[in-house]
Design a protein around this ligand. Structure first.
Ligand code: AMX
Length: 437
């Protein structure tokens, strides 16, 4: 299999590189930790390593060194499509190189061969109460597939540590192959007529998702490919990536670990932000009975801030410029439906809100993040069930976290175990620092 061969060929060098670095420079300091960071959610403590993506404060995300515009240009695309194959993206995340069209199609073919979802998954989903959150359904489906894990099976049969990554890659392909069908079925079951739309083997992973959702529209197939690319990875410190990595570090297989990551993604401070953004846009639209004037929008933004709320979709913990994931979606909407009212409103917010946030002077980053617009694009194509948006985020995010899981096992990354202190110990450290000052 191409992915296995390509990773295997790189492994001796990678293992040597890491071994040498730790052996020769293991004591070199790269960061210091303050009390406010310990109480502040480990914010910005440099303590993780991944070579799959990196968030630059000024440029935003790079996947394997490539910016989003570069990826949209360079990754192979299906004939007549504007956005690249997800299979090519997965190849890039796993292998670190831009694939040829043939290589991207090999990943797509692997997914086709592994894509059939066992009936018991549909039975489990159907058995859940109708008001179950779609993220609970999604996470439960992923967890329920755990019985299929080759890693778990081979580990118990005595697999050597150097080989852990091989069944982890198999598990990752088997799991990611099934995500579009599982997610689309959750959508059909929860929000549509409950009838499952069969996969179309002539379609790529992204377009097949759109088809199984029941949104038969060329634009939506491209939007799905774009969406799955943009949300796939964002370094390893965000909650979904880190939760997956942490659980995987105990040698729990990718089904256990991915389900944990999805549970983190379900939190309002993480994956749910995009629905809050769309909610805010719709509340503006409703209040003014349409797209408001810039002056009215400006006033509404100030009213939101003065009532003690944040403007959803704006600001970022790391970035200090417009998120390139926002820019790519803005560009998509501008190309495809510039006259859509909610899209027009989202663009107008981009013209107005950064100035308002700068005037207010609190947010370190007044620019839009990925969530400021993604809901508006789904809304245009009629996917208007907000709770479902995080499931799509999850489909995409599992591409990144499983790619990271393969490499974590390939490089023999150990179980995570940061050290805790007590408040009294931190107080003592603070006193000591004062006495020395
Ligand atoms: N509107 C109003 N105030 C904002 C703001 C916004 N969009 N963004 C930041 N601020 C405020 C903060 O609330 C904070 O106020 P405080 O001092 O009174 O607590 C102050 O500015 C400084 O915050 P910061 O250091 O600039 O941001 P942060 O790193 O603490 O938080 C984020 C980053 C994204 C949570 C924050 O900007 C925010 O709440 N944005 C709106 C919600 C949002 O878009 N979330 C999506 C995040 C992306 C994701 O993970 N999916």
């Amino acid at each position: 299999m191409i992915l296995k061969d390509k990773i295997a060929a790189q492994l001796p060098d990678w293992r040597n590189r890491v071994r040498k670095l730790v052996k020769e420079s293991g004591e070199v300091k790269v960061d210091e930790v303050t009390i406010s960071q310990i109480y502040g959610g480990a914010r910005n403590i440099k303590s993780l390593v991944t070579d799959i993506s990196y968030v630059d404060p000024n440029e935003g995300i790079r996947f394997r060194g490539f910016t989003i515009p570069e990826l949209i240009q360079l990754l192979p695309k299906p004939p007549g499509a504007e956005m690249p194959y997800a299979g090519g993206l997965y190849y890039l995340l796993l292998v670190g190189e831009i694939p040829t069209a043939e290589q991207a199609l090999e990943v797509e073919a692997e997914w086709h061969a592994r894509g059939e979802v066992p009936q018991y998954i549909f039975d489990i989903l159907q058995a859940m109460p109708a008001d179950t959150h779609p993220m609970t359904m999604f996470s439960a489906a992923v967890l329920s597939l755990q019985r299929e894990s080759l890693f778990a099976h081979e580990y118990h049969a005595g697999l050597k540590k150097d080989e852990y990554w091989v069944p982890t890659l198999e598990d990752s392909l088997n799991l990611t192959a099934k995500l579009p069908a599982i997610a689309a079925y959750i959508y059909r079951l929860k929000y549509q007529d409950g009838k499952r739309i069969a996969s179309d083997p002539s379609l790529d992973w992204g377009a097949d998702f759109a088809h199984m959702m029941g949104v038969e529209n060329k634009g939506y197939a491209d939007l799905s490919r774009l969406y799955f690319l943009l949300h796939s990875d964002h370094e390893s410190g965000n909650v979904s990536a880190h939760a997956t990595h942490l659980v995987g570090s105990a040698l729990s297989d990718v089904y256990y670990a991915s389900s944990a990551g999805l549970n983190g993604l379900a939190g309002p401070l993480h994956g749910l932000a995009n629905q809050e953004c769309l909610g805010w846009l719709l509340s503006v639209y409703e209040k003014f009975g349409g797209v408001p004037s810039k002056a009215d929008l400006r006033q509404y933004a100030w009213d939101t801030l003065n009532s003690g709320q944040v403007i959803p979709g704006y600001g970022h913990a790391v970035l200090r410029k417009t998120d390139p994931r926002f820019a790519a979606q803005l560009e998509f909407g501008t190309q495809h439906f510039p006259e859509d009212d909610i899209f027009k409103l989202a663009s107008m917010v981009y013209d107005v809100v950064p100035d308002v946030l700068r005037e207010q002077g609190k947010a370190k980053d007044p620019w839009p993040n990925v969530d400021a617009i993604s809901g508006a694009l789904q809304y245009h194509y009629g996917v208007r069930e907000f709770d479902f948006y995080t499931v799509m985020f999850g489909v995409s995010r599992l591409l990144g976290v499983t790619a990271n899981a393969v490499w974590a096992r390939a490089l023999g990354q150990p179980i995570e175990r940061p050290k805790s202190l007590t408040t009294a110990m931190l107080e003592a450290a603070a006193e000591k620092a004062k006495a020395q000052a």
